[in-house]
Design a binder for this molecule. Structure first.
Ligand code: ZN
Length: 210
């Protein structure tokens, strides 16, 4: 239920996107080589919290190839955001740009941006549910005793945090964003610049337009 609600909220946020301009072009397919069988659609969107982003989609009618990219047009300084998760901030807004790495270091959980990374606007609870779903998916892939034990422990901890049963241990939500577009909207969020060293270690998963 919670999961669905969150997804719906995130979708609503996406519906606030203001499409500034759209351009469609017939191109040769980069995968099957079909002559002008692919459509290349580029849109400039003005997305709440993110500003202008370029969305590029390539779809081939012949082989079914589909590729979607979000490109940040406005950039800010690289930031690191950190929030200690507790029962009072589960509903705090979280804005994650497509270039951000999201982690909960104490649980060993990390989601790095890849070619399919999307931006989303959610809250702390929503981020935990995303991690929860990712761990569940991992448990169907890694069936050995050790992985099952670790995975189920993590699921239990997330469940406790979500139902306010965790008081002793500290868990932090960390967002590292090389383009500084992400936000955790909570007064207790610690915010600082990413060092050059930290920046080098981060994946961006995104095309940069200079
Ligand atoms: Zn094709």
């Amino acid at each position: 239920m919670k999961n669905e609600e969150n997804m719906k909220n995130e979708e609503n946020n996406r519906n606030n996107i203001i499409n500034i301009n759209e351009n469609t072009m017939k191109i040769d397919c980069p995968v099957c080589g079909g002559i002008k069988t692919a459509k290349s659609i580029t849109k400039t969107n003005n997305i709440p919290y993110f500003g202008e982003m370029l969305e590029s989609t390539v779809i081939c009618d012949k082989c079914g190839f589909k590729h979607n990219d979000e490109i940040v047009l406005e950039q800010k300084d690289p930031i690191r955001l950190e929030l200690v998760i507790n029962s009072s901030n589960l509903s705090s807004r979280v804005v994650k740009s497509p270039s951000a790495t999201v982690s909960i270091p104490e649980l060993g959980l990390k989601v790095e941006p890849g070619p399919k990374s999307k931006s989303y606007v959610s809250n702390v609870e929503g981020v935990l549910i995303r991690f929860n779903d990712a761990v569940k998916r991992a448990l169907t892939l890694f069936t050995d005793v050790e992985s099952q034990k670790n995975g189920n422990e993590i699921l239990n901890i997330i469940k406790n945090i979500l139902s306010n049963k965790n008081d002793e241990k500290i868990f932090t939500l960390v967002i590292e964003d090389p383009f500084g577009k992400s936000q955790i909207m909570d007064l207790k969020t610690k915010k600082r610049h990413l060092s050059d060293e930290e920046l080098k270690k981060l994946k961006t998963g995104i095309t940069i337009i200079e």
